[in-house]
Design a protein around this ligand. Structure first.
Ligand code: ADP
Ligand code: MG
Length: 444
């Protein structure tokens, strides 16, 4: 499924073409360096697909598996001639699969984390925890403003632990995920749902809860979290938390929980200095194989100071431009393209795409999930929040919001916006959540 959806995205295949040709394809298996793709129809279809989609599939498969397979298309009647060792495609390595199950972003590792004076302490504390989980500092509590690398560091710890001990049970959850799960099992009203949830959280080795400020103030969730925390902590299991502020500044935090947060080590991440900003830009330029002059990097680093997500956003914008226009980026182009992000007296341009991207990132879901038909609460709620914020922060018409979010109709959009708007009025947590995401979208 991952191969297919990546092909669709990267090669911009229309829905109808995708449904007709690509969706029915299956990986039949791997034999030596050949990967067989099963085309469940007839010769004519096979010929067409192999002419038209051979290369996109080959490239994507190489990208996702890390192996340059020879691709062969086969019809169902040909399968008996092939003896494949296994029926699935091996992933890059077993670790990445493990990381998937832990909810970790593969790009967020210690290797890709640039250390500067603003984050050195948090980085070394994280590494210490990664080297001796449960022993060095427990819990580790990292706090700082948006876009400064808290989530990145947290995931780095998870990867590091899994790399050394693939059997470790590492779980990353956003506070929303945790909260939703607790609320869901309370609502279901049956004891076994609650037990299952407890079982899930109390049998892991490393629990990472991101943006823990959102758990605070929700009584039942706070209570459940408290018990989870105690159970894990007393069993010597590692707990890692992030937040936008230190425990002492979290007003609605119960004292007994506050004191637990302060048991271990508290590390803050501040805003990066110029050298660190340049180093982060250079790293990303290299990783993305971009060509940008030092003058341009300097221009970006001088003008974007307080948020690394924005630094990256500026580079992404230039990268997109250069891919689209098939041209190198000059200083002139950079200034023009980035003026909405950079020029201090002009407000930053807030596009619906930006809103959706930030919401997606905030809830740790993929864009595919955001625009999918999936209506489970973990996906549907971020989607409704995206609708609400598109309506409130941009002047895009409702129908276009529907289109951007996977072709949803007018009434669905109106319903989603109203639901969040009502909650915003009646529920303080929702209000905080919305305001936090708004700040991520528009820090000014
Ligand atoms: P936060 O969780 O604090 O809001 P993130 O961890 O999501 O911030 O970081 C935002 C973006 O900036 C991510 O893409 C992350 O990879 C990048 N980033 C943050 N800090 C660093 C760093 N020190 N080196 C490299 N990339 C960084
Ligand atoms: Mg984060």
């Amino acid at each position: 499924d991952e191969i297919l959806s990546t092909v669709k995205h990267e090669h911009d295949i229309s829905d109808i073409s995708f449904d007709t040709w690509i969706r029915p394809l299956e990986v039949y298996g791997v034999e030596g360096s050949t990967l067989y793709i099963l085309v469940p129809s007839e010769q004519m279809t096979l010929s067409y697909i192999s002419k038209k989609y051979y290369l996109p599939l080959k490239v994507t498969i190489a990208e996702l598996t890390g192996t340059e397979y020879e691709i062969k298309f086969i019809l169902p009647e040909q399968t008996k001639n092939i003896r494949t060792g296994n029926s699935g495609v091996p992933k890059k390595n077993a670790l990445s699969e493990k990381a998937d199950r832990s909810n970790l972003n593969p790009n967020y590792t210690f290797d890709t984390f640039v250390v500067g004076s603003n984050n050195r302490f948090a980085q070394s504390a994280s590494l210490a925890v990664a080297e001796s989980p449960g022993e060095a500092y427990n819990p580790l509590y990292i706090y700082g403003g948006p876009g400064l690398g808290k989530t990145h560091l947290m995931h780095s710890i998870g990867h590091f632990i899994l790399e050394r001990n693939p059997n470790a049970k590492v779980l990353y959850v956003t506070s929303e995920e945790f909260t939703n799960e607790v609320i869901e099992s309370i609502r279901s009203g049956n004891a076994s749902a609650m037990n299952k949830l407890r079982e899930k959280y109390r049998t892991i080795d490393v629990l990472m809860v991101d943006d823990v400020q959102f758990i605070i103030g929700k009584e039942s969730t706070q209570e459940e979290f408290f018990h989870t925390f105690n159970a894990l902590h007393s069993a010597g299991k590692q707990i890692i938390l992030t937040s936008d502020k230190p425990p002492k500044d979290m007003e609605t935090l119960e004292d007994r929980i506050r004191s637990r947060f302060e048991w271990g080590l508290i590390a803050d991440i501040g805003t990066p200095d110029y050298e660190t900003r340049m180093a982060i830009l250079r790293r990303k330029v290299e990783a993305d194989d971009m060509k940008l002059s030092d003058e341009i990097l300097n221009y970006i680093a001088t003008n974007i100071k307080s948020n690394i997500r924005e630094l990256e956003g500026a580079l992404n914008k230039l990268l997109a431009y250069s891919n689209l226009e098939k041209t190198d980026i000059t200083m002139e182009i950079a200034m023009k393209e980035l003026q909405n992000i950079i020029t201090p007296d002009k407000p930053r341009e807030i596009t619906p795409q930006l809103v959706i991207e930030v919401v997606t990132e905030h809830f740790n879901i993929s864009l595919d999930q955001m625009i999918s038909k999936n209506r489970s609460n973990e996906i549907a709620r971020p989607r409704q929040i995206a609708m609400y914020l598109c309506k409130n922060m941009t002047d895009i018409p409702l129908d276009s919001i529907g289109q951007l979010l996977g072709g949803r109709d007018h009434s669905t959009i109106i319903h989603g916006i109203k639901k969040i708007a009502d909650e915003y009025e009646s529920n303080e947590n929702t209000r905080n959540l919305i305001e936090t995401i708004k700040k991520k979208i528009n820090p000014n």
